[in-house]
Design a protein around this ligand. Structure first.
Ligand SMILES: C=C(OP(=O)(O)O)C(=O)O
Ligand SMILES: [Mg+2]
Length: 431
């Protein structure tokens, strides 16, 4: 048969932070082969599937992935020799069983995801379909609103900038994805000019956003509004704002410690703070406003603000249907962040998105702060019709390449392409 796996060949490559990561090539008996690589987070949730990293004696001061590579090239390859590459759910189930741990720590979520994605891409190539169509079928035509993280803080700027990790622009008023990207790039350059005018430095963080030393977590929002206005676009009408404070990173002993503002707040006080910001700025999405273990706080936050903005859970749900289901039951949010390597297989990721959509929740597809040039999430977003996604600033090759892939998909779909626009978010855009 044409679709039998002939081999899986893995190697160690470097990601955008210069750390080792896994790349996998899946080859078929018919000569077709395809490649995928695995990203890595910095502000990771504690319940994420576990990456396998080498011990301290190895290369790269304990960060290498030689063991994960070796496991793919031996045990995993032997297991899948001759298997049907089109049977994705079987492949992913086998990977889970072969690993045998609840957190994928024996083989490593990095080894498992590399195999899962490389086999999916090889199958798409074998049936001669674009990846987004292979995964999403003939109705996959929705181009997402790109939410571009143009100001970085938190751990992604080594705590040099704001406490909040991500400040994003969402150009939902554009007619097409390519127009949205043009607006985004113009705003990015205008923001650089605004920062220079105000005497800020324009060094960037891990995801390509500027990371100036600001005096509060509100200031980046003011700077972004100035950048949007400088281009002639209208904040709120053309372009909205999203924030990901990644607050697990500054939560300790029941309080949220805002270093730049020299104050520590309870969950209730943080909710009040977010309300003030939502009143003052056209914010449409708030991710990880509270910490991963503050489940009670999340319900309070969602009750207070969930009818106004999309409340997205990242560290709290880790793309895991078990935690998303708990979030649905406890009304802790109205959307989940979707990161392939948090859960470790394509099938489980698709299940997480389906669960969100079946309950009227949003599913917000995301890159990681450590990325490669792999564009899988661009195709995945269109395949699953999630309507919005984030993959960093319109700068740095590993981020740009995903946006470029979405532009290619829009061009390929031609008249069939639809830009998600203002309907992308769980709560209506009111401007
Ligand atoms: C992309 C994120 O960061 P990281 O990959 O470091 O978890 C995030 O927190 O949403
Ligand atoms: Mg996050």
């Amino acid at each position: 048969m044409d679709f039998e796996i002939n081999g899986l060949n893995a190697r160690e490559i470097l990601d955008s932070r210069g750390n080792p990561t896994v790349e996998v090539e899946c080859s078929l008996i018919n000569g077709i082969s395809a490649r995928a690589s695995v990203p890595s987070g910095a502000s990771t949730g504690s319940r994420e599937a576990v990456e396998l990293r080498d011990n301290e004696e190895g290369r790269y001061s304990g960060k290498g992935v030689q063991k994960a590579v070796e496991l793919i090239n031996t045990e995993i390859t032997e297991h899948f020799y001759g298997a049907n590459v089109r049977d994705q759910s079987w492949i992913d189930n086998q990977l889970i069983q072969l690993d045998g741990t609840p957190d994928k720590s024996r083989l490593g979520a990095n080894a498992i995801l590399g195999v899962s994605l490389a086999t999916a891409r090889a199958a798409a190539t074998a049936v001669q379909l674009p990846l987004y169509q292979y995964i999403g079928g003939i109705s996959a035509n929705l181009l997402p609103v790109p939410c571009l993280n143009i100001m970085n803080g938190g751990v992604h700027s080594r705590w040099q900038g704001a406490d909040f990790q991500e400040y994003m622009i969402a150009p939902y008023g554009a007619d097409t994805f390519i127009d949205a990207m043009r607006w985004a790039s113009e705003i990015y350059h205008a923001l650089r000019a605004v920062l220079l005018e105000k005497g800020h430095h324009v060094g960037v963080g891990d995801e390509g956003g500027f990371a100036p030393q600001v005096g509060s977590n509100r200031e980046p929002l003011e700077l972004m509004i100035a950048g949007i206005e400088k281009t002639g676009l209208k904040p709120g009408k053309d372009v909205g704002l999203c924030i990901d404070p990644a607050s697990s990173e500054f939560y300790k002993d029941g309080k949220y410690h805002l270093r730049t503002e020299k104050r520590s707040l309870t969950a209730e006080a943080m909710t009040d703070y977010y309300r003030e910001l939502i009143d003052a700025f056209p914010i449409i999405l708030l991710e990880d406003g509270l910490a991963e273990d503050d489940w009670e706080g999340w319900t309070v936050l969602n009750d207070a603000l969930g009818d106004r903005v999309e409340i997205v859970g990242d560290d709290i749900f880790v793309t895991n249907v078990e935690y998303i289901a708990r979030g649905i039951e406890q009304e802790a949010a109205n959307s989940a962040l979707i990161k392939l390597n948090q859960i470790g297989t394509l099938t489980e990721t698709v299940d997480a998105v389906h669960l969100c959509h079946s309950c009227g929740w949003g599913a917000f597809v995301s890159h990681r702060s450590g990325e490669t040039m792999d564009t899988f999430i661009a195709d995945l977003t269109v395949a699953l019709g999630t309507g919005h996604m984030k993959t960093g600033a319109p700068c740095r090759g590993e981020r740009i390449e995903k946006y470029n892939q979405l532009m290619r998909i829009e061009e390929e779909l031609g008249d069939m392409a639809e830009y998600a626009g203002k309907d992308a978010f769980v709560r209506p855009v009111e401007w």
